[in-house]
Design a protein around this ligand. Structure first.
Ligand code: PEP
Ligand code: MN
Length: 264
């Protein structure tokens, strides 16, 4: 079902407010790694919208490497993010970590994110195949492109055809970056599949100074958009501060992406 031949013209996913993802429209999903408080998420929403972003991102349930690190605000965080997104005409994307969170998250998100660590949580994927809301499926930390596409089949085969894929870097022997952003995955997926694919240069590099160059590369390589971490006080972000853009940097990047999208 994920194969290009199933839908040669490419899948376009429609959201509220007339937003469409797919066939190289280049949407931007941006926001903090974690929702932290009301002021933070409202100020981020204002800046994301001002720069031309379409989705507000923010984690409420966080898959932290350490159980002692900030685990996210949970549903109260999603309530704040929904309010901030509505106030600024943005859509909401947030990560679902387990089956029990699907139902309570439904009223708050427009797009369910499945994180890299859950790309092969097949029970979660199966249940997401039963709902009628789009899914953002991120590539696993050590997953091949074929495995990413097979994971999408778990959702598609349940009858939910609205899946967006995401290249977010894979673990390699390189230590200069947190992960190695596999830009080649973007044109490869475009060839193999009709599903939209976006790039995540924040987790893809782990470094603020590399986010813009890799975002530009993803769009030049044919991505349907990007998802990036942005925070009004990026250095003090509760999670992933080192890879989080300052709002001004996001502004500049959006201008560059518009130019690239029209040129390629
Ligand atoms: C995130 O988007 O904040 C996140 C945890 O991403 P990933 O699953 O790609 O690590
Ligand atoms: Mn993060």
């Amino acid at each position: 079902l994920a194969g290009r031949s199933f839908r040669p013209e490419g899948t376009v996913i429609e959201f509220r407010n007339g937003v469409k993802v797919g066939n190289r429209r280049v949407v931007a999903m941006a926001g903090p790694c974690s929702i932290e408080n009301r002021d933070q998420i409202f100020e981020t929403a204002r800046r994301v919208k001002g720069a031309g972003g379409t989705f507000l991102r923010g984690g409420a349930f966080k898959p932290r490497s350490s159980p002692y690190a900030f685990q996210g605000m949970g549903i109260p965080g999603l309530e704040l993010m929904r309010e901030a997104a509505e106030a600024h005409g943005l859509l909401v994307v947030s990560e679902v970590m387990e089956i029990a969170q699907i139902e309570p998250m439904l009223p708050y998100v427009d797009l369910f994110q499945v994180g890299a660590r859950n790309m092969q949580n097949f029970n979660l994927l199966r249940d997401l195949g039963q709902i009628r809301k789009p899914i953002l499926l991120k590539r696993g930390i050590a997953a091949t492109i074929e495995e990413l596409l097979l994971s999408s089949e778990y959702i598609l085969s349940g009858g939910n055809y609205e899946v967006i894929l995401c290249e977010r870097g894979i673990r390699t022997y390189e230590t200069a970056t947190r992960n190695t952003m596999d830009i080649s995955a973007i044109p490869i997926v475009k060839k193999l599949s009709h599903l939209p694919i976006i790039g995540d240069p924040s987790h893809g590099t782990g470094r603020r100074d590399l986010v813009a160059p890799l975002a530009r590369a993803a769009v030049a390589a044919g991505a349907d958009g990007i998802i990036v971490e942005v925070h009004p006080n990026a250095d003090k972000a509760a999670s992933d501060a080192a890879q989080t853009l300052y709002c001004d940097q996001f502004d500049t990047l959006m201008g560059e992406l518009r130019l690239i999208a029209t040129a390629v």
